[in-house]
Structures are given as structure tokens and as C-alpha cells.
Design a protein around this ligand. Structure first.
Ligand code: NAD
Length: 357
């Protein structure tokens, strides 16, 4: 029997509530699909700071590195905002990403049929949306040097450098190819090669790397047009491959097509070690401890973990199907309530989803 070791980081706020639902779902799915899943919880975020004085303790990072995948809920709370930056829960997240070399951020955007009216766009625009944004995460303009802010001169100035080398573009393209091959073999690479040299290298490299893949269709789009097309006709996209800055903006834009933050999963990956799978939302301190949070974004993250991280595709799809069944029967958490459905607590909707598996 296959056996997987999962590091679970429940973190802060609603984290423990949505984690508990995820553990129940993973336990049920592993029995059904005949694999063994060992889930070990480790302290991370504000709760780790309380106990060890650090948001990402070495022991937690070490356990994450030795696992097959990391499932993270969320971290943060206002009470940590006055701490020095390196002790805040959010710095723990950055440390985890850099220690695990997570250069690829994957954010799927899929409209669930029963939630179609939650989108701020018209039904006919969003009804067939099912895309994935593949964003380079640890290079580009956010990390490029030189960078600086000079204000002790007559006219203050500031600058950043957008830089990529061939290897960095190739490795993120390889990830996009892997994902495209599990979907419709269609990649749209987004850049600004009409203006930027760095985008020229991006475009050439993506072309060279993808041209070795049989049956893969590649298109290119300038980022300004991509932003427009995502609002005008988002269903034309399948896999969007892009750099750090453009991906940051486009993935938030694309995510909001669904209209609900409690539904959005993500994965951050590297080439050789465990990935981190986590909902897009934060720790929602305003509803923490009330058992009313929506656990679905974390369940969809667990589904991504099974599909991308552990290659358990059927089990992953079963989780998605179970979620769709529960939603189409009219069950919702409070954040999705539109007045005509039955509102359940976090743990209750979790039980319904477990029953559907
Ligand atoms: P947030 O995502 O936590 O909450 C925004 C709003 O969405 C709130 O009204 C909240 O109640 C609601 N919400 C979020 N997730 C929900 C869910 N699963 N079910 C129902 N409602 C949900 O963002 P915020 O309020 O800006 O940040 C709160 C804390 O989370 C901060 O400390 C912030 O730094 C941190 N944060 C962490 C992450 C992460 O862990 N990856 C991401 C973003 C923010």
C-alpha cells in the first residue's frame, strides 16, 4: 500500500477549524482509494511564535522538508502586527516558501456551477471558466538587484530590476507543461515583450522549452491584453504561464471571477521536494472560533495536494465531486449564503462532504 507523510500546519484563526475538516476528508478518501496517509501537525505562525518565539521554528521547517507534502491552513492576527517584522506570522510564510525553494505558484480558478451567481460578472461570461494561473514566485522584479530608494538627493528616486535568467524561466515553464499535460495541453504565456527585454527572453525561452512537447499548444499574450481578456472572455484560457509581477496581479484578478475567497485553493511547488498547498484566504480572525468558516478552499487545496503533489488523481477528483454534490444539494456556509439555501457550520458542511465521498 502506498504511504504518504503529510505535514499539517493549522496555524492561526480559523486554521484549526478548517484543518480538522480536511483531516476527516483525507482520512476517508485514503481508505476509499487504498493508500495510507500519515498526517502530522506542526506549530507554525502566531501559535508557533507564542510557544517558541519564532513563526517558522526550525523543527517545523525540518519536518516539512522531510514530508511528501505540506498542507497549510492560514496564519496571522492583528495582535502580532506590532512585533518586529521577522517575528510576525506572515514572515514565517515567506521563510517556508524560500526554505522549500517554492518557485512555482499555482492558482486554479474554476466556477462551481451551483455558485455561478456569486460572481460579479455575468453568468454567460463566467459559466465555463476553468483555468490555472502558473506564476513564477521567487525571482523577477520582487527579488531583482539592484533595487533602492534614494531620498537624500534633490529629486528623490527609487528603482527595481526585473531580471530572469534562462534557467528560472525554463523551470517554471516545465511546471506549466506538466500541468497542461494533465489538462487540455494548452498554455498561454503572458509577457510584455513589445517593451521589455526580460520579456523577450521569457517569450523565446517558453517557445524553446514548449516546442519539444508533442501536442502542446502555445499562445502568447501581452499582459495588458491578458487583463482585458480575463474580464471579457475568461473561458478562452486554460493554463496561463507568467512571471512574478504579472502573475501576482493576474491571479488575483482571475481568482475574483469566482466571487468568493472561501473557495480558492493554491499550491506552491518546486522541482524536487514537497509542495505547500494552502487556501488563498487568511486567518479570518473576525470569525475564528465560531465554527462558521468555509472549509472548502482548504479542501480544494488538499485535492490539489493529492493531484499534483501525490499523483492521486482519482482521489483528488472525488473530493471535488463531493464538494459539488453538497453545494448542488443547497448546503452552504454563511459566507456563501444567498438567502435560499441551508446554512451549515464549518464542521457540519465537512460532515456532508465526508458523506459524499
Ligand atoms: P482574510 O482572508 O483572513 O479575511 C478577509 C475576509 O474574508 C474576512 O471577512 C473573513 O471573515 C473572510 N474569510 C476569509 N476566509 C474565509 C473562510 N474560509 N470562510 C468564511 N469567510 C472567510 O484576510 P484579512 O482579514 O485581510 O487578514 C487576516 C489575517 O490573515 C491577517 O493577519 C493577514 O496577514 C493574514 N493572512 C494570511 C494569509 C495566509 O495565511 N496565507 C493570507 C492572507 C492574509
Amino acid at each position: 500500500m502506498k504511504k504518504y507523510k503529510i505535514a499539517l500546519l493549522s496555524g492561526d484563526g480559523i486554521g484549526p477549524e478548517i484543518s480538522s475538516v480536511s483531516v476527516n476528508v483525507l482520512n476517508k478518501i485514503s481508505k476509499k482509494y487504498n493508500f495510507d496517509i500519515e498526517i502530522n501537525e506542526h506549530l507554525f505562525g502566531g501559535i508557533a511564535y507564542e510557544k517558541y518565539g519564532a513563526p517558522a521554528p526550525e523543527e517545523t521547517l525540518d519536518k516539512c522538508k522531510k514530508s511528501d507534502a505540506v498542507l497549510l491552513a492560514c496564519v496571522g492576527d492583528m495582535k502580532y502586527d506590532s512585533l518586529p517584522r521577522e517575528l510576525r506570522p506572515e514572515s514565517g510564510l515567506l521563510k517556508l516558501r524560500s526554505e522549500l525553494n517554492l518557485f512555482a505558484n499555482i492558482r486554479p480558478v474554476k466556477i462551481r456551477k451551483s455558485l455561478i451567481d456569486s460572481s460579479s460578472l455575468k453568468k454567460e461570461i463566467v459559466e465555463n471558466v476553468d483555468l490555472v494561473v502558473v506564476r513564477e514566485l521567487i525571482s523577477g522584479i520582487y527579488f531583482g538587484k539592484p533595487r533602492g530608494y534614494i531620498n537624500n538627493i534633490e529629486v528623490p528616486k527609487a528603482f527595481n530590476t526585473m531580471v530572469y535568467d534562462y534557467t528560472e524561466i525554463k523551470r517554471i515553464t516545465d511546471i506549466a507543461i506538466k500541468i497542461a499535460n494533465q489538462r487540455n495541453k494548452k498554455i498561454c504565456s503572458v509577457d510584455k515583450s513589445n517593451v521589455l527585454e526580460v520579456s523577450q527572453l521569457w517569450r523565446e525561452t517558453v517557445f524553446n522549452v514548449t516546442s519539444k512537447e508533442k501536442g502542446l499548444s502555445l499562445s502568447n499574450m501581452y499582459v495588458d491584453n491578458a487583463a482585458m481578456q480575463l474580464v471579457k472572455d475568461p473561458s478562452q484560457f486554460d493554463v496561463i504561464l507568467t512571471s512574478n509581477l504579472f502573475g501576482d496581479i493576474l491571479s488575483d484578478l482571475a481568482a475574483m471571477l469566482t466571487g468568493s475567497i472561501g473557495m480558492l485553493p493554491s499550491a506552491s511547488l518546486n522541482n524536487y521536494g514537497p509542495g505547500v498547498f494552502e487556501p488563498v484566504h487568511g486567518s479570518a480572525p473576525d470569525i475564528a472560533g465560531k465554527n462558521i468558516a468555509n472549509p472548502i478552499a482548504m479542501l480544494l487545496s488538499a485535492s490539489m495536494m493529492l493531484k499534483i503533489g501525490l499523483n492521486e488523481k482519482e482521489a483528488a477528483e472525488n473530493i471535488e465531486r463531493a464538494i459539488d454534490n453538497v453545494l448542488s444539494k443547497g448546503f452552504r456556509t454563511l459566507d456563501l449564503d444567498n438567502g435560499c439555501c441551508k446554512v451549515l457550520s464549518c464542521s457540519e458542511i465537512g460532515e456532508k462532504i465526508v458523506e459524499e465521498i
